[in-house]
Structures are given as structure tokens and as C-alpha cells.
Design a protein around this ligand. Structure first.
Ligand code: MLT
Length: 201
């Protein structure tokens, strides 16, 4: 997968997995990584799927309606890519914390839903429920920060609550932040994610 790897300070053993939104690329979330955990290593990946020329992490049939088969295939592909990258760049694959926005947050959520121990934590900015009717792996000791917008036209509040409930039932330690805005990422939620990161790691 097209990606960037930036080695962090030796005293910080976390690697941030950056996952952009639809139409983005591996450069987009670098400033966020710097704001949230500036000493951590960074593996920033570009989605392998193109929708009208816009990179994404999996196919969708319509806005918010996912191609389930492709979602599972791409989740597996990303999970393998993390493992291969950990060997190539010598980072600890048990200390990978995803930071995803929108479509990137959705594939990060899909890793949590489907791949046991793939992530040691996640920051999900404006994520949807990736899949329904599945039993999640045990997420004990997995902290998850969820940033949501009260007026997000793509993600009704009930869907964010469903995501929180699914993760909490699997024993993840979920922290919610509800901003006043819509689907866009705000400075406020990035600051909250930074505070959360400092407390948790
Ligand atoms: C998705 O397809 O993952 C969601 O609709 C978010 C988006 O990319 O707009």
C-alpha cells in the first residue's frame, strides 16, 4: 500500500496508523499526528480503492452503505500491511494506535470489529458502524476516543451511540467527545484527542 513511515523518538514506542478520509492521501493527517503525539512513530497509509479518482479504504455502494465483501477484504489487507510494515520498519505491532477520519475512521473501526489485537487503541473522528450482526473480539485494555458532531448530516447521533455500545460491550474503554458541528474535523476535538492520548499512553 502507498504509505509514509516516520520514525518517532526512541522513548515513545507507539506507532500512529493514520487513515485519511475519502479523497485524501497519506499526507493529510500528518499535522494531526504531530498535534496528538509528536514523539510517536507514524505509519500513514493511502487507501487502495479509487472512487471517481478519490482514494478510499474500501468500496461503498452509496453514501454510508458499504460493500461488505470489499470491506472485509480491505480490512484483511490493511491488517496484513500493518504486520509487514512492523517487520520492515521494526516497530512494535502491539503498540499501534489508529487515528482515522471519516472513511479512514470506518476502516479503523472495522479493524476493531474484525481483527483481534490489530490495534492497541484508536482515535475515531466521525466514524460509522462498520458492520452489523457480528460478534466483536475482546477489546479489554483497548482505549478508543470517538469524536462526533451533534449535527453530522452523514452520521446520526444514534449511529455513533450504536458504535459506542458495540465497542463498550466488547470491553473497550470508550471516551466520547460530542462537538456542536457537522462532519468536519474541528480543532476542539483534536485538542480533546490530544488530552486523551496524554492520559492513556
Ligand atoms: C464512508 O463511505 O466511509 C463514509 O460515507 C464516510 C465518507 O467517506 O464519506
Amino acid at each position: 500500500m502507498k504509505h509514509l513511515f516516520i520514525e518517532g523518538k526512541p522513548e515513545n514506542d507507539v506507532t500512529l496508523l493514520l487513515l485519511h478520509g475519502t479523497g485524501g492521501n497519506e499526507e493529510d493527517l500528518l499535522p494531526l499526528a504531530n498535534m496528538i503525539a509528536k514523539d510517536a512513530s507514524v505509519l500513514s497509509v493511502r487507501g487502495n480503492v479509487l472512487e471517481n479518482g478519490m482514494p478510499r479504504f474500501f468500496r461503498r455502494l452509496a453514501e454510508g452503505i458499504f460493500d461488505e465483501e470489499d470491506l472485509l477484504f480491505r480490512t484483511d489487507e490493511l491488517n496484513q500491511f500493518i504486520d509487514e510494515s512492523a517487520k520492515k520498519y521494526s516497530f512494535n505491532c502491539e503498540k499501534v494506535v489508529a487515528i482515522g477520519y471519516s472513511n479512514g475512521a470506518n476502516i479503523a473501526a472495522s479493524l476493531l470489529y474484525h481483527k483481534e489485537k490489530s490495534l492497541s487503541g484508536a482515535v475515531l473522528f466521525h466514524a460509522m458502524v462498520p458492520r452489523r450482526g457480528v460478534e466483536l473480539p475482546d477489546l479489554t485494555n483497548t482505549p478508543v476516543f470517538i469524536g462526533a458532531g451533534k449535527r453530522d448530516p452523514l452520521i446520526p447521533a444514534d449511529q455513533t451511540k450504536e458504535l459506542v455500545n458495540d465497542l463498550s460491550r466488547a470491553h473497550a474503554k470508550v471516551t466520547e467527545h460530542w462537538g456542536e458541528g457537522g462532519h468536519q474535523l474541528t480543532r476542539e476535538e483534536v485538542d480533546k484527542a490530544q488530552e486523551w492520548f496524554q492520559q492513556v499512553y
